[in-house]
Write a protein that binds this ligand. Structure first.
Ligand SMILES: *Cc1c(COP(=O)(O)O)cnc(C)c1O
Length: 438
């Protein structure tokens, strides 16, 4: 079946069996993964293993003293990049879960408040640059057993000869640029047309070079990748194909499992924990789903949430193919106000890893995300960017589809913490406009 995606074949008829027609029409859909397998069996077959996850968790601990030195705001926490769990009130939980919700509690994993970067990219993006810095230092003969050596004048002088690059709709570029610049690297971020102006400006403000592309996210990534490949002093953080990035996200599962243990929530396969993860290229939700499966096995059901116009991971997984299938191939536009999720084609590496782990993928309308941005702003007072509210919109469809009563829904909020008042007012204004046009 080896044809080039998007060429000649009629995608609608060709893939009619496996990609639901509602997805092709751009309607909200819950796709339940027919390939899901018992966690132990699925994890055993993967190229990324428990050892890799263990190393990433250890790495984060080792990098903490360095992070505390690089960013004064982390001094208090000893350099921990972590976020809180926030339980919603029973009333507000019921509002999220809807009439079929069976009074299941809703808990928010507040990655929109991750320190320094204000988005989930602090996990993957930071990790990959830290791992790069350590490798360069070791290659130059430095002893990196104390990570703080990576902030020494000697290390900074070394990093000044190197450039970190990435392609981004905004948040990954910010995270990579921020930590790269903090360590003395040059940084260059290729942004897609979806990137918001203030996300470009704040990158320029930290001394990163911003290259604005007229095309979509995949084009921006492709451009950056080619430029970086031609320059040996350049390191490219490849959002579409990075095991390191994936593991940086996956390590969040250790933090999450520890926090969960302190709550009266006890996931079992009979009363599982449903975790709703906003999904772009798949790296962040994929890494976290992978990590969660290692910690909680069949007691956790990861659900990815994508905009109706950009369900790239759904399309890739449902196509059942090894080659890339994009949302354009099935007639969708990739046009969404959820800039962090405006991705036309999934990471194949991620789809390979999570193809048997993810419970399902829900698609949601922009208006639904805006609705939850506004609701969560009113109470409990969260400042979410549009993408970060996607998880709230998938709780109802998932709750209605389940044959068991879950022990809780976790909504993973993924970005928005760095917005100032004016930026957030702008989001709320667009939310009101979206509500008015419904
Ligand atoms: C990047 C991002 C995501 C999704 O991560 P992917 O790795 O692209 O799937 C979700 N929400 C926000 C706010 C993001 O910036």
């Amino acid at each position: 079946m080896g044809h080039t995606p998007g060429k000649s074949q009629d995608a609608a008829t060709d893939r009619g069996d496996t990609i639901p027609s509602a997805v092709r029409r751009g309607e909200p859909t819950l796709w339940l993964n027919p390939s899901v397998a018992p966690a132990a069996q699925a994890l055993a077959d993967l190229s990324i293993g428990q050892d890799d996850l263990g190393s990433a968790i250890t790495d984060w601990k080792n990098f903490a003293p360095l992070l505390a030195e690089l960013f004064p705001e982390l001094e208090q926490s000893g350099g921990r990049i972590a976020s809180n769990l926030l339980a919603l009130s029973p009333e507000q939980s019921a509002e999220v879960t809807g009439p079929d919700g069976q009074d299941v509690p809703v808990v928010i994993k507040c990655d929109h408040l991750l320190p320094v970067a204000g988005s989930i990219k602090a996990r993957g993006g930071f990790y990959e640059v830290l791992v790069l810095a350590r490798a360069l230092a070791r290659k130059a003969g430095m002893d990196t057993s104390d990570s703080r050596v990576l902030a020494s004048p000697e290390a900074r002088a070394l990093f000044a000869n190197h450039k970190v690059m990435t392609g981004s709709t905004g948040n990954l570029g910010y995270a990579v640029g921020l930590i790269g610049r903090a360590m003395g690297f040059a940084a260059e971020v290729h942004m897609s047309v979806d990137a918001r102006q203030w996300k470009k400006e704040r990158l320029a403000a930290i001394g990163a070079t911003v290259v604005a592309h007229p095309g979509d996210y995949a084009r921006a990534v492709d451009n950056a990748r080619r430029i970086a490949a031609a320059d040996p002093q350049c390191y490219f953080v490849d959002d579409e194909d990075s095991k390191v990035l994936f593991l940086g996200y996956a390590a969040a599962a250790a933090e999450f499992a520890e926090q969960l243990a302190a709550l009266p929530i006890h996931p079992t396969p009979e009363a599982p924990l449903v975790v709703h993860l906003p999904c772009g290229v798949g790296g962040a939700p994929g890494g976290i789903a992978f990590g969660l499966k290692h910690f909680l096995g069949d007691a956790v059901l990861p659900v990815f949430v994508e905009p109706v116009a950009a369900p790239c991971v759904l399309v890739q997984l449902a196509s059942g193919r090894d080659q890339s299938t994009s949302v354009y191939d099935i007639g969708l536009t990739n046009r969404t106000e959820a800039d962090g999720l405006a991705v036309p084609a999934a990471s194949l590496l991620v789809c390979e890893q999570v193809g048997q782990l993810v419970h399902g993928v829900a698609t949601v309308r922009d208006a639904q995300m805006f609705h939850w941005v506004a609701r969560m702003a009113a109470q409990p007072g969260l400042r979410l960017e549009v993408s970060a509210a996607a998880g709230f919109a998938s709780v109802r469809p998932v709750a209605s589809s389940l044959t068991v009563r879950p022990c809780a829904h976790v909504v993973w909020t993924t970005g928005g913490g760095m917005m100032d008042d004016a930026q957030f007012e702008d989001v709320l204004a667009r939310a009101r406009a979206a509500a008015g046009s419904e």
